[in-house]
Design a binder for this molecule. Structure first.
Ligand code: DC
Length: 219
């Protein structure tokens, strides 16, 4: 079974997807983390943003595995590096490379063939799994998303600076030639601005449990 979740940065996708997957016993797939892994590898190899072919080749050479819901890159967890400033700065451009998108989408399909997944990102409900069993679009106001990121950050950016970055990222995500952020016509829209993670998860899980696919899985 495939549960697909899309939405802008700070809408709560990762927390919601991870928690719902744990509650359901599904595998949690964070597609943004795979794009981040590609950027991490490209930076390790000293590649420039314009080196599209080499970045795609580096992406294909990565050994990516999910173990207990954790992304392992060449056998190791790299969570801190994936969320560092260097990766943040380059990942939007690297994730716009067609061959990189093709590699990430292929990996997501390979994993979902073998197990039940909750997968989140920007184009999961529209491009990667357009026939997902459940599609959710999570949203929240810019103010709420900026405040969440501000509270999570380890640096010293002001709320205003984070808010400006979120607006710029939204723009970049929507303008991408392929894999842009869009709400699928058949996705359930959930505004998380005034909801806790637990409240959002309850709604998502309720939706999943009501599908015939889930009921068949339960036998
Ligand atoms: O969700 P995130 O911030 O970890 O995503 C990292 C980058 O990857 C961000 O620039 C958006 C991009 N991305 C994408 O293009 N398509 C996806 N399905 C997921 C993320």
């Amino acid at each position: 079974m495939v549960v697909a979740i899309d939405g802008p940065a700070g809408a709560g996708k990762s927390s919601v997807a991870a928690r719902c997957a744990a509650e359901l016993g599904f595998v949690y797939l964070n597609s943004g983390a795979i794009y981040r892994a590609v950027t991490w590898k490209a930076l390790q190899d000293g590649l420039q943003d314009g080196d599209a072919e080499q970045i795609a080749a580096a992406a294909r050479s990565l050994d990516l595995q999910y173990r207990n819901g954790e992304l392992m890159i060449d056998g190791q967890r790299r969570d801190d590096e994936l969320h560092g400033a260097a990766v943040d700065q380059h990942v939007a451009r690297h994730s716009a490379i067609e061959a990189v998108r093709a590699m990430v989408n292929r990996r997501l399909h390979q994993i979902a063939e073998r197990q039940d997944v909750v997968v989140e990102g920007r184009d999961i409900t529209t491009v990667v799994f357009p026939r997902a069993d459940v599609k959710i679009y999570l949203d929240a106001s810019v103010e709420t998303r900026a405040r969440r990121r501000w509270q999570q950050q380890e640096g010293d950016l002001s709320l205003q600076q984070i808010s400006e970055r979120i607006i710029a990222r939204d723009e970049a995500d929507r303008r991408k030639t392929s894999g842009s952020l869009q709400q699928a016509a058949d996705a359930i829209y959930l505004d998380t601005s005034d909801l806790t993670i637990a409240e959002v998860c309850d709604r998502v899980i309720h939706t999943i449990q009501n599908t015939s696919e889930y009921q068949e899985l339960q036998g």
